[in-house]
Design a protein around this ligand. Structure first.
Ligand code: SAM
Length: 221
């Protein structure tokens, strides 16, 4: 099978098992309507994030890269009612669309969107002395991946779960010339995850509506 087959199977799995609700479908459509790039995670990946939040017993989630709030809503749905999710987004337009989607999903009380360069927002979180995050999802500009990973360790605690999206990038991890903007940051992040004394990690390859890609999963030691 190639791309059309992977997409057909993904649609079957989404309809039969994943069941994204109306709020999630609205988030995807709102991004299309606002002319934003369709680069949210696939529904089965979003559901995986929700389940990982629940499996890890997370009460505090940190996200880097909000877009229209699709992954934000999945993860917030996995949090208890008094849980907290802080998500960092560079573009005001994206943050505004995401805020409306989060409110429409009835999750406004759990979610805080911080607008600006994520490296600045993450430094501010530390300066504020916030409680450690239990779960971190990294899905923004790939150039800063290693910086985001270092912040995930710093703002986490032993036992924190870290998920890093786009870990395969159509195989560009083996041939950075395929994407000179994004591939170097992805390769550096994988190297850091393999070597970091406080991270124990694996990487899963995926195919589907987002092409050939993958995600890395790590535990902070
Ligand atoms: N996690 C989202 C989802 O699955 O629904 C998708 C996020 S999208 C792949 C990446 C987002 O990161 C975009 O909205 C982009 O504007 C944002 N971004 C890019 N560079 C950033 C930066 N330096 N700081 C914060 N956000 C950034």
């Amino acid at each position: 099978k190639t791309q059309p087959g992977w997409v057909a199977v993904e649609e079957f799995l989404t309809d039969s098992v994943v069941h994204p609700d109306g709020a999630l479908q609205r988030a995807v459509q709102s991004a299309v309507d606002a002319g934003m790039p369709p680069i949210e995670v696939a529904p089965n990946a979003g559901k995986l994030l929700k389940l990982l939040v629940q499996l890890s017993g997370a009460r505090r989630v940190l996200e880097v890269g909000t877009l229209a709030g699709f992954s934000t809503i999945w993860m917030a749905q996995g949090l208890p009612d008094d849980g907290r999710l802080v998500t960092c987004e560079y573009l005001t337009k994206h943050a505004d669309v995401a805020r409306a989607n989060v409110e429409a999903a009835g999750l406004g009380h759990k979610v805080e969107i911080r607008v600006g360069a994520a490296l600045d927002s993450l430094a501010a979180l530390q300066a504020e002395g916030q409680e450690p995050f239990d779960f971190v999802f990294i899905d923004a500009d790939k150039e800063n991946n290693t910086g985001y990973l270092e912040w995930a360790v710093r703002l986490g605690r032993p036992g924190t779960t870290v998920v890093l999206d786009n870990a395969v990038w159509e195989g560009a991890v083996l041939d950075p010339s395929l994407d000179q903007v994004n591939a170097p940051g992805i390769i550096s992040a994988l190297q850091l995850m393999g070597e970091h004394p406080q991270l124990d990690a694996t990487v899963i390859q995926t195919v589907g509506s987002k092409g050939w890609d993958g995600f890395a999963l790590a535990l902070v030691r």
